[in-house]
Write a protein that binds this ligand. Structure first.
Ligand SMILES: [Zn+2]
Length: 147
């Protein structure tokens, strides 16, 4: 783990200023340039986005929110699909526990977005009904479950 240095001392120890906290993806080392004063909390030099303070107007913010933002190897839509599929699996687990077909430890960790626990037999029936309707509509299994 890299220890970041927040300050940079220069001019023979006479000047101490904020240091850019950008990290090289190749060498994993911290940038050696001083951060811009205008970068504020960003604490970046001009090469690493210190001049940018993000969109200010409502139009600019909407444009960024609507962009096909890719993090890792998945798009925003793909991540939403993974979350829906994961919620569907959690609903199936709940349904199996309600009907008594599954016992033992529950799946640990954070539950996905859109997950609402299914604890009653009526909830299981509602889940199955909604799933059948979505399958009639041509949606792939687990891709549109809204319970
Ligand atoms: Zn930098």
């Amino acid at each position: 783990m890299l220890n970041y240095q927040n300050t940079l001392t220069t001019a023979g120890g006479r000047i101490t200023c904020p240091r850019c906290i950008a990290k090289s993806s190749r060498t994993q080392s911290q940038c050696r340039r001083p951060a811009l004063k205008s970068s504020g909390k960003n604490q970046k030099c001009s090469s690493h986005g210190g001049k940018s303070t993000g969109p200010k107007t409502a139009e600019g913010k909407a444009r960024i929110a609507a962009a096909h933002f890719i993090h890792g190897e998945a798009t925003k839509q793909a991540r939403a699909g993974y979350s829906r599929s994961s919620a569907y699996l959690s609903h199936l687990e709940d349904a199996l526990r309600v009907v008594g077909a599954l016992e033992g430890r529950r799946i640990q960790g954070r539950k996905p977005k859109g997950y609402e626990p299914v604890r009653t037999l009526d909830g299981v029936l509602a889940m199955i009904t909604l799933d059948m309707e979505l399958n009639k509509a041509g949606a792939p299994p687990g891709r549109g479950s809204a319970i």
